[in-house]
Design a protein around this ligand. Structure first.
Ligand SMILES: *Cc1c(COP(=O)(O)O)cnc(C)c1O
Length: 429
């Protein structure tokens, strides 16, 4: 059937059992796969036949789930990775090498910021960070002749800034490079970045896609729309023979629909081996089966909590793009019409100390580095995920010292608000 709605895809896409086969995705808990002849196996190594030979590169359980995620995002191909960090690393390193440059939104997740600005810089890849609110001129000025991609998050973690995906896609395409969007907080249920011009989507599946805090994972999905062959000199890895893989030219052999993901599998998974375990892929799929139901409740609860916090006298400010008073409200109406997810950032009046007192007094919301989970949790980023940043970098990332990131779960919202109310009352003491 064509044009299935997203709720149906959450349940049905990716794995279609044959006659008498397991209804649920089987966990293929095997490192390796058996062949009758060396010739058969040789064809796999040459990428002449598709099939499995070693789980460091590919595993059927993972591929069922990756195919479901590709269907949800409206992409042509996908791969699972061991973490969101691995997904974002691969998404850039698949097309950028030593001496290259990437433009990224300054509000991206602290772990990604560190990966880009410290670790990938050591690999010789330079990043220019631009505010998502930058002018067109400032965005234009960030590009260099060696720029290979633009990177941003649909809803930034934890700044909760909504990216104007269409504007960033236009700028990227004007310079002949793809826009890569980390869609972790929105999930394909709330936003599908390909519909707004993005070319590659990544996820930390650890968050809403898993939804139950059970497995760390990531994924990369390709829209198949970016035409690498128009810029063969800029993307030689995709457009010229790969000597490390028997001279295969990925765009020729696999077309635009498959080149990016096949290269990432054949080269990066082979060499770095950041594969998701089939067990975790199975758990991830269980999460995705209820994604649409959970996200509706996360959005409903998040909106109610944000509205409550905005009126509480012990709260200095609230950042939630579903609030009409929010700077990103208009962008959220366009990119997130079904809701702004369950993550709400706010400042406790009285600054850092008051924020700490507030957190200590919470009874239902637990203090965790985790976010986007069925269970309500919260975090003080300046003393945890973002502690490697100095004050200027914190400000650029949209993280103030008093910022509390509250990840609103799917409990009863009245209970959650009662918990916040009593903890906020004690925060000022
Ligand atoms: C958590 C997160 C990551 C990193 O994902 P891991 O699965 O923890 O490696 C990347 N991007 C965003 C937006 C995140 O929230």
């Amino acid at each position: 059937m064509e044009n299935l709605k997203i709720e149906t895809k959450c349940i049905q896409s990716g794995y279609v059992p044959g006659n008498g086969e397991p209804r649920q995705i089987p966990i293929i808990q095997s490192t390796t796969f058996k062949y009758d002849t060396s010739e058969d196996m040789g064809k796999l190594f040459d990428l002449e036949a598709s099939g499995y030979f070693y789980t460091r590169l590919q595993n059927p359980t993972n591929d069922y789930v990756a195919a479901k995620l590709a269907a949800l995002e409206g992409g042509t191909a996908g791969m699972l990775t061991s973490s969101g960090q691995a997904a974002n690393f691969y998404s850039i390193f698949n097309i950028a090498s030593c001496g290259d440059h990437v433009v990224a939104a300054s509000t991206i997740y602290g772990g990604t910021f560190n990966l880009f600005s410290v670790t990938m810089k050591r690999m010789g890849i330079d990043f220019t960070f631009v505010s998502p609110y930058c002018t067109d001129e400032e965005l234009e000025a960030a590009f260099r002749p060696n720029t290979k991609a633009v990177f941003g998050e649909t809803i930034a973690n934890p700044a909760l800034v909504v990216l104007d995906i269409e504007r960033f896609a236009k700028a990227a395409h004007a310079h002949g490079v793809p826009l890569i969007i980390d869609n972790t907080f929105a999930t394909p249920f709330l936003c599908r970045p390909f519909e707004f011009g993005a070319d590659i989507v990544t996820h930390s599946t650890t968050k809403y896609l898993d939804g139950h805090g059970s497995g760390v994972g990531g994924c990369i999905i390709d829209s198949g729309k970016f035409d690498w062959t128009k810029y063969p000199d800029r993307f030689p890895g995709l457009c010229t023979p790969d000597e490390s893989y028997h001279g295969v030219t990925y765009t020729e052999r696999f077309g635009l629909a498959g080149a990016f993901i096949t290269k990432a599998t054949a080269q990066l998974m082979r060499d770095f081996g950041s594969i998701q375990s089939p067990q975790n892929a199975y758990l991830l799929n269980l999460g995705i089966e209820s994604l649409h139901v959970r996200m509706e409740r996360h959005c409903y609860n998040g909106q109610k909590v944000a509205e409550y916090l905005e009126k509480n006298p012990n709260v200095a400010w609230v950042k939630y793009s579903g609030l009409p008073s929010d700077r990103d409200y208009a962008l959220a109406q366009k990119y997130l019409p079904l809701g702004s997810c369950g993550v709400v950032s706010f400042g406790v009046k009285g600054g850092r100390k008051a924020a700490e007192r507030f957190m200590k007094n919470l009874k239902l919301a637990s203090i965790e580095t985790h976010v986007a989970d069925a269970k309500t949790c919260c975090l003080h980023p300046a003393s945890a995920t973002h502690r490697q940043m100095n004050d200027t970098e914190l400000e650029a990332a949209g993280v103030s010292p008093d910022l509390v990131r509250l990840s609103v779960g799917i409990e009863n919202v009245d209970d959650l608000i009662a918990d916040l109310a009593q903890a906020l009352e004690k925060a000022g003491e």
